[in-house]
Design a protein around this ligand. Structure first.
Ligand code: PEP
Ligand code: MG
Length: 588
């Protein structure tokens, strides 16, 4: 039986995109092309009539939008329905509406021309912002602009599509996604958009498989074609062969059974057969993933990458703004814990320096940038402290190399606490402080570093990169980027035992924790907290619940004396076979 890798390698009828919402579907294409609205800028003679038309169109748009919002609220959580806020705001903006009406009266032009002109100005402002988030909002506003114009032209939205189709489109607005879901659409494919596009977020919420950013799906696929959408791996297959259809049908069946089984585990503990409790936390990169923390029953957030906020806003938000962001998360999570990681700027992430570093991964990154820019660091620490008042927030520092960095950070936290106290602002006086162990020197020095803080979390993504001297993003040396190298396994064992000797919580939040093959080994090495992408949690839980802790400890012991990656991988695979545990996630 072939696996996904082979199937995709052989397929010359595939389109690559971004896996935006998990699931696989096979179905007929509905090619959704947005009607191109022609804007008429003719002069008018009857201003009163034009203003009445404008009012009617605005009222109708309001009614339509409130229907969409209502539907969104029924189908998704309220927070998700807030996606439509930008559109509601436009319709409720008295200054904008007045400007449009005044211009119609003064310029004596058709309202559709003025509406287009005014709202486009808004969008251009947003599109020129450096933040990808603002760019997405500009697309949302396109939707309301077109809605008003369509209503002014008295045209209807083309919603009459057959049920159970896969919608393929250049772009998709949130409202399109919601309305299509009413017609039991099976999947979405869009040429534009990324993971954080609202259509992607909504697809995840509605549980509709989606692949976005395909660039050429619309030009390669025709209406009525049969396609396969793989929202796990981010591929679309068009004109599938018999073999491909058979392969993916089996995967769909398999996934159905698995989902039912995993759903049954939702409120069961993540504990081994002999009762060893493992804490499964979620890594969260974008706010849109918060719902997944709950649906997948995570114990809390083990890693919240705050540099993502800089990516979204294009700037450093001030203390108030950051407090608001962290507070919202902490309140939403309460009483679950959230681990907020200080900005990990540099490397391949958010650019900070205005000059090019010869080796960015070995340059100004994480704590190095923060200690060099005390005001940025202080602002963030104070905001995190302010969000900690309900005692469910902890702060984590990335890229620690030396003891001095930890001590300087602790001093800074104390100064922040004093300042907040002086201003009579409430915070958790015992907020836990932790560090990432992801630099080899820090791994060697685990006992000394862990003794200074409340917890440590292993960042295997960077640790592997630095331990094996392989750039984590360079595919030329990818074969050396090994999760199961004896060097790494032995380093992990050292970190765990030294962290525990310092009597501190030791967890792992690198991608390795999300690799189902690694889970028995990590638990066997003594890690009792694993943080991973939320959708992996049920799979990890299933594996843990099928193992004896003593067997896992033995497995780790056996792996620690092996000297090659191949031997370690084979040993773990054998363990899975011997205990009849399927590494289910990798079959999907
Ligand atoms: C890591 O390095 O393992 C980690 C979790 O951090 P990031 O991937 O954000 O560098
Ligand atoms: Mg890292």
């Amino acid at each position: 039986m072939k696996n996904f890798k082979q199937i995709y390698k052989e397929a010359d009828n595939k389109i690559t995109g971004i896996a935006a919402a998990p699931g696989i579907v096979i179905g007929n294409v509905y090619l959704f092309s947005k009607e191109v609205l022609e804007i008429n800028g003719d002069l008018i003679t009857d201003v009163d009539e034009a203003l009445i038309n404008l009012n009617e169109a605005l009222e109708k748009s309001k009614k339509e939008l409130s229907k969409v919002v209502q539907l969104a609220k029924e189908k998704m959580e309220d927070t998700r329905a807030a996606i439509f806020e930008a559109q509601v705001m436009i319709l409720d903006d008295p200054i904008l509406i007045e400007t449009i009406a005044n211009r119609v009266a003064n310029e004596k032009r058709l309202p559709e021309y003025i509406v287009n002109d005014e709202i486009t100005k808004y969008q251009n402002m947003m599109r020129h912002s450096a933040a990808s988030y603002m760019k997405e909002r500009a697309n949302d506003i396109e939707d309301i602009k077109n809605r008003i114009i369509r209503n002014l032209q008295k045209k209807r939205w083309q919603s009459k599509i057959a049920e159970d189709v896969i919608v393929v489109s250049e772009t998709l607005t949130p409202a399109d996604a919601i309305l299509f879901s009413k017609r039991s659409v099976k999947g979405f494919v869009t040429d534009h958009g990324g993971l954080t596009s609202h259509a992607a977020i909504i697809s995840r919420s509605l549980d509709i498989p989606a692949v976005v950013g395909t660039h050429n799906a619309c030009s390669s696929i025709s209406n009525g074609d049969i396609i396969i959408v793989d929202g796990f791996h981010g591929y679309v297959i068009y004109n599938p062969t018999e073999e491909q259809i058979k392969f993916f049908r089996e995967k769909i069946e398999h996934h159905k059974i698995l989902r039912a089984e995993l759903a049954g585990l939702k409120n069961e503990p993540a504990a081994t057969i002999d009762g060893k409790q493992i804490n499964l936390f979620a890594n969260v990169d974008v706010t849109g993933e918060i719902d997944l923390v709950f649906t997948n029953d995570a114990k809390g957030i083990g890693l919240y990458r705050t540099e993502q906020i800089l990516e979204e806003t294009g700037d450093f938000p001030n203390e108030e703004e950051q407090t608001k962001i962290y507070n919202t998360l902490a309140e939403r999570l309460y009483p679950k814990t959230i681990t907020i990681r200080a900005f990990d700027i540099g490397g391949d992430k958010v650019k900070f320096l205005d000059f090019k570093e010869p080796n960015p991964f070995l340059g100004m990154r994480g704590i190095r940038v923060l200690l060099d820019n005390i005001n940025i660091f202080k602002t963030q620490v104070k905001a995190v402290l302010r969000a900690s008042k309900n005692k469910n927030v902890q702060l984590m520092i990335p890229m620690i190399t030396t003891l001095e960095e930890v001590r300087k950070t602790k001093e800074l936290v104390e100064i922040c606490k004093m300042e907040l106290k002086k201003d009579k602002i409430d915070f958790d006086k015992n907020m836990r402080l932790g560090i990432m162990v992801e630099v080899p020197a820090a791994a060697v020095m685990t006992f000394d570093l862990a003794s200074e803080v409340d917890f440590i979390s292993i960042g295997t993504n960077d640790l592997i990169q630095f331990l094996n001297a392989v750039d984590r993003g360079n595919d030329l040396v990818y074969n050396l980027y090994q999760e199961f190298s004896p060097g790494l396994i032995r380093t992990l064992a050292h970190i765990v035992s030294e962290g525990k000797r310092a009597k501190k919580t030791v967890s792992i939040c690198g991608e390795m924790a999300a690799d189902t093959l690694a889970i028995p080994l990590l638990v066997g090495l003594g890690l009792d907290s694993l943080s991973m992408s939320p959708t992996t949690i049920p799979y990890a839980k299933r594996i843990i619940r099928n193992c004896q802790y003593t067997d896992l400890q033995n497995l780790a012991k056996e792996c620690l004396v092996l000297s090659s990656e191949k031997d370690i991988t084979e040993k773990i695979e054998k363990f899975f076979r011997a205990h009849q545990i399927t590494r289910t996630r990798n079959l999907i």
